[in-house]
Design a binder for this molecule. Structure first.
Ligand SMILES: CC(C)(COP(=O)(O)OP(=O)(O)OC[C@H]1O[C@@H](n2cnc3c(N)ncnc32)[C@H](O)[C@@H]1OP(=O)(O)O)[C@@H](O)C(=O)NCCC(=O)NCCS
Length: 331
């Protein structure tokens, strides 16, 4: 029987640190409010010319180096992103080309803040089924391109960054069953405000008066908050149970870095033992959607907060609404 595990992780944060002081120049808010309500102190924004492919490259190289896997060994590249600004082609083939991965299956998936956990699940299934030996998974976002800096409800939340994982063959199981699902009736709770096609009339006739602003991502904060707190904790509990474990067995809890208060509420609802370290990368990285879990996990490993080879619970949730959770062995 073939098994799969995560062999290597990598992360990339853009250079520019953006403070709450900078954010509140454009919205009626304060550093104190943002820190209290979201836990965010700073976030990173990519350079104007820095793309999701540019950010993915160093994260992928780090994950491949940690895994000890060469480009030739990778058969599939999956990029989870909602901020690659081309409808087509996908970002994954271009990333694969840059990394020198010869002729892989390469495609993007759209599952917002749960994208990375969806991709890990797909990679696990592919490796176990024998489709390929190694899958390169990316969670990457340049959310600054899709944030309305004048929108009080979302301007302070989002950041940019990339996280990567190499999933590959293993002698023992390293990725537990995925608990996932979707609630399409709640599609309006987090959404791109307008469709690309809504821009077309004003592009064709710049003089018209019913123009629309740039289609940014907007959310109904309270609705997202309630859903995450009340509905996601049971999913997390079930993912641990499905792996044949209890919360006491965990060496790390790495929830999507949506809001520090959501994390705190989930810890309570889970009855997480105090000895389990919890990812709190949001304070310095903001909410980077698909990138947040691999970024937070690689930071915990790099800083010695979580042990290499330890058991981690990860859960992503976001626009769709969609979610996915699984227990993984950290590389
Ligand atoms: C966005 C979020 C931080 C707002 O926090 P909240 O506690 O729900 O805030 P509310 O919307 O209830 O507003 C509370 C008060 O703060 C005010 N407020 C809202 N936004 C504000 C801002 N940016 N700055 C200052 N005050 C603000 C409101 O006007 C309201 O004032 P009032 O009490 O006088 O009416 C929170 O809802 C959240 O994080 N939700 C989840 C978002 C998320 O995770 N998104 C990513 C999905 S993956």
């Amino acid at each position: 029987m073939r098994h799969a595990r995560i062999h290597g992780l990598g992360g990339y944060r853009p250079e520019r640190v953006v403070t709450n002081e900078e954010i509140v120049q454009f919205i009626d808010s304060s550093d104190e409010w943002i820190q209290q309500r979201s836990g965010i102190v700073t976030r990173r924004f990519a350079r104007e010319d820095e793309t999701v492919i540019d950010m993915s490259e160093p994260a992928a190289r780090q994950a491949m180096a940690q895994a000890g896997v060469s480009p030739e060994q990778i058969g599939v590249v999956i990029m989870a992103t909602v901020s690659h600004p081309y409808q087509t082609p996908a970002a994954a083939p271009m990333l694969a080309h840059r990394l020198g991965i010869p002729n892989p299956a390469a495609f993007d998936i759209s599952a917002a803040c749960a994208g990375y956990c969806h991709a890990i699940s797909l990679a696990n299934d592919m490796v176990r089924a024998g489709t390929t030996d190694y899958v390169l998974v990316l969670g990457v976002e340049k959310l600054s391109d899709f944030t309305d800096k004048y929108d009080r409800g979302s301007a302070f939340i989002f950041g940019d960054g990339a996280g990567a994982a190499v999933v590959g063959v293993s002698d023992y199981p390293g990725i537990g069953p995925t608990l996932w699902g979707s609630l399409g009736d709640k599609a309006d709770v987090i959404t791109q405000r307008e469709a690309w096609t809504d821009l077309r009339p004003q592009m064709e006739d710049p003089g018209r008066e019913d123009g629309i602003p740039w289609p940014s991502f907007v959310m109904q904060g309270q609705a997202v908050f309630r859903w995450a707190v009340f509905s996601m904790a049971p999913v997390a509990v079930e993912a641990v149970r499905a792996a044949g474990l209890t919360p006491d067995d965990l060496d790390a809890f790495v929830p999507h870095q949506a809001n520090m208060r959501i994390t705190d509420a989930m810890i309570k609802a889970l009855g997480l033992p105090e000895h389990v370290p919890v990812a709190r990368d949001i304070a310095e990285t903001g909410n980077t959607s698909a990138a947040s879990i691999p970024l937070a996990m690689s930071r915990m490993l790099d800083e010695g907060e979580a042990p290499h080879g330890g058991v981690a619970l990860q859960i992503g949730f976001g626009a769709g609404l969609v979610y996915a959770a699984q227990v993984v062995l950290m590389p």
